[in-house]
Design a protein around this ligand. Structure first.
Ligand code: MG
Length: 389
């Protein structure tokens, strides 16, 4: 069996949203199709992925380096020992040939997106949902049927005040979610404190509200926000500092006693290890938010988890960034803390199966083979067209 083609296309997200640092007006994502010569129901099996949320399309690197490396490799070098399926670990190693250490995002998003698409194909060839394949390999065969899911929302939008923020949260609770994350840092501190108070009135308890500063604070502002937010004892305070400023993060962590979340803008196992060694975080309460397709994919993520375990971190403290089907399968497969959701935003890339239902803050894992993009009609139409060439 072999990979016969890998195709990539860039799709605009078409969003008017804004966080503390930037707006999404130019945001794009790469959609990838990995086409194999294995036939199922009269069609070649194709694996799909996209590069999650918040990093631009990266087709140039895929087309110039990673796709040619895979297509040039002897097919048997990319297959498992039995020769009946692809081997993602070998495919990752193949893409990493002649790559210099460090400088991760230049390639980690492109490699991770192709790698996750390979896993979609692997699961389809095995005839199992991806979360079940991952559970067998990485979670002692413990196949879950549902995972905790929270809403990443509360963006700043033109004309959106406290009432509109509360309406947004109320609508998400009506859909079955119980925990909400809202943006902070895009307004003066007193105004953001009012937004937090308004949100708390709707979610009902501080353990059900997180805030996200999107790494937009300098030292003075990070420490001021930590002081202003500390009394609320929120579920977590996300990205209070630049993702690589571990010294400032440690200073924030020393005055902020409730959980801190970070990691969506760290793209390698080494960067995450530096975070837990030098960022002043606490394994018993803080949250790590790796975005798996943006960080070299699933095999590398399993190595990050092994590293975290050595530093005392448990899987329930990992809440991967990216409210999408890929992350849902990864959270379920590895048995992680929970999954993010962006209901109704980020266009065709938002959310889960069209008929997915959230119950009491939990989302059921899909039971179709692969990641399950086939149950997201508009997105799958784009993917299917890409695979058809
Ligand atoms: Mg975030």
């Amino acid at each position: 069996m072999r990979i016969v083609a890998i195709r990539e296309t860039a799709i605009p997200i078409n969003s008017t949203l804004r966080n503390a640092v930037f707006d999404f007006s130019e945001m794009t994502t790469s959609v990838v199709a990995v086409i194999t010569d294995v036939m199922r129901d009269g069609e070649p099996v194709a694996g799909f992925a996209f590069n999650s949320t918040g990093r631009y399309a990266c087709g140039a690197q895929m087309r110039d380096r990673f796709i040619p490396r895979i297509l040039k490799a002897p097919p048997e070098s990319l297959a498992n020992a039995a020769g009946d399926n692809l081997d993602p670990e070998s495919i990752l190693a193949c893409m990493m040939q002649r790559e210099k250490p460090g400088g991760h995002t230049e390639r980690s998003v492109a490699i991770g997106t192709i790698e996750v698409a390979v896993w979609d194909a692997v699961a389809k060839i095995a005839g199992k949902p991806l979360h079940a394949v991952l559970a067998e390999k990485y979670n002692g065969g413990k196949v879950l049927d549902r995972v905790q899911c929270y809403v990443g929302g509360g963006w700043y939008e033109p004309g959106k005040g406290l009432k509109e923020l509360q309406d947004e949260i109320r609508a998400k609770l009506d859909q079955g979610y119980t925990t909400m994350k809202i943006k902070v840092g895009g307004a003066p501190i007193p105004e953001d404190v009012k937004r937090v108070e308004a949100a708390l009135k709707i979610v009902g308890s501080s353990g059900r509200l997180a805030v996200d500063a999107n790494a937009g604070f300098n030292r003075a502002r990070a420490l001021s926000y930590a002081q202003a937010l500390a009394p609320f004892k929120l579920r977590w305070f996300e990205e209070p500092t630049d993702p690589l400023d571990f010294a400032l993060l440690a200073d924030v962590a020393s005055i902020y006693e409730s959980p801190i979340g970070t990691g969506e803008n760290l793209f390698s196992t080494q960067d995450v290890e530096n975070l837990v060694r030098f960022g002043g975080l606490h394994a018993d309460r803080d949250i790590i938010q790796t975005d798996v397709p943006q960080s070299y994919g699933i095999v590398q993520f399993s190595r990050t988890l092994d590293m975290l375990k050595l530093h005392g971190w448990k899987r329930h403290s990992i809440f991967p960034h990216g409210g999408n089907q890929m992350t849902l399968a990864i959270v379920g497969g590895f048995g992680l803390g929970g999954c993010e959701a962006y209901p109704g935003v980020f266009g065709i890339f938002a959310g889960f199966a069209d008929d997915a239902k959230v119950e009491d803050g939990y989302l059921r894992l899909p039971d179709r083979p692969g990641i399950g993009f086939e149950a997201q009609n508009t997105l799958y139409a784009v993917m299917h067209e890409l695979a058809a060439g």
